[in-house]
Design a protein around this ligand. Sequence first.
Ligand code: HEC
Length: 82
Amino acid sequence: MLVTGHCSACHSLQLVTTQRGDRDFWLNTIRWMQRTQKLWEIPPDQEEIILNYLETHYNETEWGRRPPLAASLMPSENVNAN
Ligand code: HEC
């Protein structure tokens, strides 16, 4: 409800729900909108709830459902050692 209230005023919520990211991503996105898009200050207790919600439900780990590559398909350690 907080996300709907704060985040659907200027753009559709779809713009929010089609993004994925960790807490830093969401915080940066909010700060960016505050700096450049006239997003208002969100009271810290509400911002906390919004960030918790977004990082839980719209985290990049929720993005693709592709299982991780098998270890045998990963680059060998020697490739990266330099
Ligand atoms: C005061 C107006 C305003 C409010 C309120 C607002 N935004 Fe935005 N937001 C913008 C504008 C303007 C853009 C750029 C839209 C575009 O690129 O078409 C944007 C873009 C975004 C993007 C896309 C960023 C990107 O990199 O493309 C996300 C995600 C986003 N907002 C999330 C949120 C969330 C989460 C909230 C609630 C905390 C929120 N917005 C509330 C104005 C606002």
